[in-house]
Design a protein around this ligand. Structure first.
Ligand SMILES: [Zn+2]
Length: 283
């Protein structure tokens, strides 16, 4: 039946949603999925759903019975001894990408991780990287974690070496915003979400981001000519975790305030909220 519908009404089933959330952590609770699905449906929205390996079968079933709302994103460690098999498994399960990649034992661009990026590129995946400062939960527990290995600059080589990958750098490299934007200016396959503490930190000075995404209408040496607003390097991401759905509304409100404070045109705002990811997910 679904096949017939897909054949007859492809445009209907792929119609552009009003919003796509690029960064949602599934906490493994089926009640969360149902609740968040209903919220998305009410808003005509979709979400990339960051999912642990153990939750793949249940998420697959949920997506089958609630089509056109969620795209699976496989959560894995870059240092897993089974990393390549995991990439294959997520792809075979219909997942569209990997993430949120975090806590690597070497810098993201270390050559040891290239086979993973190569495999993901073959599948046309979206990779969501945690970038910049990372939280520290259990102060008593020794950790092999360093924010320095997750600096935004470590994505430059990956974006250039694997041009068919789409990279979403979560948190805009907090606090290396200026570096993030410059890397985005030269790497069309590098996008950002500005979830996390950044918009809270900067909420009294949101126009600051004009100095980071500075190149709208500016002719400068070697700058690729474009009519696309610099702010279109951003995609919407809420970073819901632990089932905290209220974070979605808070982030959405802050994104709207940011784009307004920076005088971003309506058409460009639409690309931030849905257009850019819709095109990537349906190409
Ligand atoms: Zn993160």
């Amino acid at each position: 039946m679904r096949l017939i519908l897909l054949t007859l009404f492809p445009l209907l089933l792929q119609s552009q949603p009003k919003l796509i959330d690029a960064h949602v952590h599934h906490n493994g609770d089926p009640a969360f999925l149902t609740k968040f699905h209903d919220k998305l449906a009410a808003l005509d929205a979709q979400a990339l759903l960051i999912t642990l390996e153990k939750d793949v079968p249940s998420v697959q079933n949920f997506i089958k019975s609630h089509p056109n709302r969620f795209f699976g994103i496989g959560q894995m460690s870059l240092d897993s001894p089974n990393a390549l098999q995991l990439v294959d498994m997520f792809h075979n399960a219909g997942f569209r990408g990997l993430g949120e990649l975090t806590g690597p034992e070497a810098a993201y661009d270390d050559k040891r991780y290239w086979p993973i990026y190569e495999r993901a590129e073959k599948y046309g995946m979206i990779l969501i990287f945690h970038t910049g400062i990372v939280n520290r939960r259990n102060f008593a527990e020794p950790q092999n974690v360093s924010s320095d290995r997750m600096r935004i600059t470590t994505l430059d080589l990956i974006a250039r070496r694997f041009p068919k990958l789409t990279l979403i750098a979560a948190h805009l490299g907090n606090p290396d915003y200026a570096w993030a934007a410059e890397l985005g200016r030269w790497n069309p396959n590098l996008l950002f979400d500005v979830s996390g503490s950044t918009l809270y930190k900067k909420q009294a000075d949101l126009a600051y981001f004009k100095s980071i995404f500075w190149w709208d209408g500016v002719v400068s040496p070697h700058t690729p000519k474009t009519n696309i607003s610099a702010f279109e390097k951003l995609v919407f991401g809420s970073d819901i975790f632990n089932g905290e759905i209220a974070e979605f509304d808070r982030e959405l409100d802050l994104y709207k305030k940011l784009l307004k404070a920076c005088d971003v045109p309506e058409a460009s705002q639409q690309n931030v909220f849905n257009g850019t990811l819709h095109r990537i997910l349906n190409k």
